[in-house]
Design a protein around this ligand. Structure first.
Ligand SMILES: NC(=O)c1ccc[n+]([C@@H]2O[C@H](COP(=O)([O-])OP(=O)(O)OC[C@H]3O[C@@H](n4cnc5c(N)ncnc54)[C@H](O)[C@@H]3O)[C@@H](O)[C@H]2O)c1
Length: 438
């Protein structure tokens, strides 16, 4: 494996480059007017119904997807994919609004896919929301073991077992209730069951609310690599009830922040600057800060996905730090580090390599380290990840195409990035040796 990894990395060294120029997303505030949590357009998550209604913010809404006038939805972000478009509803207490969920249920049978941690917290509430004043719908559930190490074929089969035993038909709807692991597995099950049934995402971790529930990447891990088996399959809607974060442990919250930081670095400098000023508010779970971070992250992801749903180019930039990060997850054993923790260390390694290539200033590299450190995330890989271990795992990364490894690196000013392989092997080797034992 190590020999082929070396030749692959060498091949990458001579590949061509496609740079993404710095890009300020539509509707982004100018740097000087970046909203602070205390006075931006998102209402307090604990606002009274009247206040909520007054300050309701709608980023982009398809005409048929408007929430009711008195809804607690504070933001709707539309993922614009033609006939596969869907809304992301964001707000506090959205699971108390049965209509939001029920309008996206197809058929009379629903299968809620969740896990042993989330089920006791939210399954009853979701079942109520699906069935309230709606006797036509019957709800089944399958409760999977909790953890990244169960994001595999055996556990996926439990979803199919339940669906088949319950005689669900093509008109059923799958509902993913949980973090990114459940969302990825339920989505993949929905893509494959009877060659595709409807599904809804109800993400309950920050990681899932800012990233994994949006964009339709679904799948499971292979023992040799993360997320190697899966499908692009879009949900009917994403319902983000920010109240669910109240039960999320601090370590899981910090893990989600790693992906929030990513959006700032690759395409949204004002958002990154806002994060630098508001990291303590995010860690303290100030409702308005969290609401803004979720909204802005979903807007960034929706814009990228709308332009490149199947990752033929632009979408790959969302993988900043992921080649190194996925290697850490695979090398350590799935679940030993949280996904966002591995991505944080991977992002620092990507920034280091970008700096070695002369693509970013020392000051940007330092800001990357500082913000992730402030978020209490790791900034170096674990000691057991040796240089050779990294190389052998990276060789089977999804981002290898035609024998070339596509590393996402930073280039230019803040909020800019580059993808594909215009780097020399020396810089990669130097970064690996700087961070890892031989
Ligand atoms: N599809 C995508 O585009 C995409 C993007 C990013 C990450 N991912 C995937 O997402 C996964 C990581 O997601 P994650 O960080 O949400 O991990 P996770 O799903 O394992 O959830 C983390 C932990 O939080 C628990 N939990 C969930 N909601 C809770 C709540 N409200 N209160 C208390 N505990 C709660 C879970 O049971 C779990 O123990 C990885 O498998 C990663 O590959 C996918």
């Amino acid at each position: 494996m190590a020999a082929s990894a070396s030749s692959l990395l060498a091949a990458a060294a001579s590949s061509s480059c496609a740079a993404i120029s710095p890009r300020i997303p539509r509707g982004a505030p100018a740097a000087a007017s970046v909203p602070s949590p205390s006075h931006h357009s998102c209402p307090s998550l604990r606002a009274s119904p009247a206040r909520r209604h007054q300050s309701r913010f709608v980023a982009s809404v398809a005409p048929t997807m408007q929430p009711p006038a008195e809804s607690r939805v504070s933001t709707v972000v539309d993922v614009d994919l033609g006939d596969r478009s869907y809304p992301i509803y964001i707000g506090a207490g959205l699971l108390d609004e049965p209509d939001l969920l029920q309008r996206h249920v197809h058929g009379k049978r629903v299968l809620v896919v969740t896990n042993t941690t989330v089920a006791p917290l939210y399954l009853e509430k979701v079942t109520w929301a699906l069935t309230h004043n709606n006797r036509n719908v019957s709800v089944e559930s399958v409760i999977l073991p909790d953890g990244e190490k169960y994001k595999d074929m055996d556990t996926l089969m439990k979803v199919f077992d339940k669906a088949v035993e319950s005689r669900l038909d093509r008109r059923c709807t799958f509902v993913a209730l949980g973090g990114g692991v459940i969302g990825d597995m339920c989505g993949f099950a929905a893509a494959a069951f009877l060659r595709g049934v409807n599904f809804i995402q109800i993400p309950t971790t920050l990681m899932a609310q800012v990233d994994s529930s949006v964009g339709g990447k679904t799948g499971i891990n292979h023992p040799l690599g993360k997320n190697l088996i899966g499908a692009f399959y879009q949900p009917q809607c994403v319902l983000i009830d920010t109240d669910t974060l109240n039960t999320l442990p601090d370590r899981e919250l910090a893990s989600g922040i790693a992906e929030v930081v990513k959006y700032g670095l690759i395409r949204d400098a004002p958002f990154f600057e806002w994060q630098e000023k508001n990291m303590s508010a995010l860690l303290a779970r100030e409702p308005s800060a969290l609401a803004y971070a979720i909204k802005r992250s979903c807007e960034n992801k929706a814009e990228v996905v709308a332009q490149d749903e199947k990752e033929s180019g632009l979408r790959a930039t969302l993988n900043l730090g992921h080649t190194f990060g996925h290697a850490i997850e695979t090398g350590l054993g799935y679940g030993a580090w949280f996904h966002g923790e591995a991505i944080a260390a991977g992002t620092v390694m990507a920034a280091d390599m970008s700096h070695r290539l002369g693509w970013i200033d020392e000051s940007i590299k330092k800001r990357v380290v500082d913000i992730l450190e402030e978020a209490k995330l790791p900034i170096t890989p674990p000691e057991t990840m040796t240089v050779e271990k990294f190389k052998s795992i990276i060789a089977v990364d999804k981002k290898v195409a035609d024998g070339l490894l596509r590393l996402i690196l930073l280039k230019g000013p803040l909020g800019s990035c580059v993808f594909t392989g215009e780097y020399d092997r020396k810089a990669l080797d130097e970064t690996l040796h700087a961070f890892c034992n031989n």
